[in-house]
Write a protein that binds this ligand. Structure first.
Ligand SMILES: Cc1cc2nc3c(=O)[nH]c(=O)nc-3n(C[C@H](O)[C@H](O)[C@H](O)COP(=O)(O)OP(=O)(O)OC[C@H]3O[C@@H](n4cnc5c(N)ncnc54)[C@H](O)[C@@H]3O)c2cc1C
Length: 319
């Protein structure tokens, strides 16, 4: 079905748009490459009275439904503009659908530091802002200056620009995670000049760490659960499990440690398996279904709750 400049496709397999390679059909699906196409897609969904869902790189979503009734709008607004307007910082403007990998390579080429930690994260900058993605002690919130969004409401569509403070960034969350009427269209990043060789060696070091510690050879959606703030540990828990004290300086207890301690490493349900390399990753060994993953998630939560009295919370989106 062609529709002006956009093409609304029917019955599209979402597993082809997920790094997990799991997913049912989207009844309606459209890829948008610029703001006009995004507006057109939203107007289409309004006219048809069909809700929409915005997808980035699909690297943090478990598609649960056999058939998704929403219009899935895949944000492929991808570009990078670079300005150096003052001596202290340099600014990159990136379309929301720009791949993090492309941004990392661009920053290396331009000798800009601040994005090295993103290497190996298979998402888009829009998804990363929504999640306040982070690694190696850094987060998106550290480098975002402004976020341009399209606000969707009954009164129509309007573009707005949010400052870093407006975005309400917190651990793996932001204003956008819980407010689906805000669609990120462009992100302004503030970076600094640095020696290319230093940036390159940091990128290599981070990538090597990922290859050793994460199951990059299997489809996955990254860490399933959020880590636990150390402050949530009651003294009685530390008395019972003194090993937990090793995480006091880190200020959080890795969910992977808790899962490991329950003896769940490599536990398999159907085709879904807890990774041998990283217990907070569930991998698709080939034919995993969303149900296999959900059963494994609920088993993990139950075992961790029974042993530690801690309730794990999903970091991923289940849709
Ligand atoms: C191997 C691997 C390693 C990973 N490592 C890390 C890591 O180190 N740190 C980390 O934080 N994450 C990591 N992840 C998870 C994931 O890659 C990141 O969270 C990533 O930022 C998600 O981006 P995405 O474009 O794929 O978003 P998606 O998965 O497509 O979407 C995530 C959320 O963002 C929303 N969204 C996407 N685009 C927009 C937009 N334009 N406007 C509004 N909302 C939008 C979606 O609606 C959804 O709610 C990893 C994943 C994998 C598979």
């Amino acid at each position: 079905m062609k529709n002006g400049k956009i093409e609304i496709k029917k019955n599209v397999l979402l597993k082809d748009y997920s790094t997990f390679r799991i997913g049912g059909k989207a009844r309606y699906f459209v890829e948008v490459r610029n703001i006009s196409q995004l507006i057109e897609a939203i107007n289409w969904s309004y006219k048809k009275d069909i809700p929409f869902f915005v997808l980035g790189g699909g690297s943090n979503i478990l598609f649960l439904a056999k058939e998704c009734k929403e219009l899935v709008i895949r944000c492929a607004i991808s570009y990078i503009r670079h300005t150096n307007n003052n001596l202290k910082f340099e600014t990159l403007y990136a379309g929301a659908g720009t791949r993090l990998e492309r941004l990392v390579q661009f920053s290396l080429k331009e000798s800009l530091t601040g994005l090295e930690w993103m290497v190996g994260i298979p998402g888009t900058i829009g998804g990363a802002v929504c999640n306040n993605a982070g690694a190696f002690g850094k987060e998106v919130k550290d480098i975002v200056k402004k976020v341009k969004i399209l606000k969707v409401s009954k009164n129509g569509l309007e573009t707005k620009t949010f400052s870093n403070e407006d975005c309400q960034f917190s651990y793996r969350s932001s204003l956008f995670k819980n407010n689906k009427s805000y669609i990120i269209v462009e992100v302004e990043l503030e970076l600094k000049k640095e020696k290319k060789s230093r940036i390159e060696s940091k990128i290599k070091e981070n990538l090597l760490y990922r290859k050793v510690h994460q199951p990059l050879e299997y489809p996955s959606i990254g860490s399933i659960f959020k880590n636990i703030p150390f402050s949530r540990c009651r003294p009685s828990l530390l008395e019972k499990f003194p090993d937990l004290k090793q995480f006091q300086n880190r200020k959080e207890i890795p969910a992977a440690y808790l899962i490991d301690s329950c003896g769940l490493k490599e536990k398999k349900i159907g085709g879904a398996q807890i990774s041998k390399k990283h217990s907070n990753f569930i991998i698709n060994t080939g034919k995993a279904t969303a149900e296999d993953v959900m059963i494994l998630i609920s088993l993990i939560k139950q075992k961790v709750r029974d042993k530690f009295g801690i309730q794990l919370e999903e970091e991923i989106i289940i849709f």
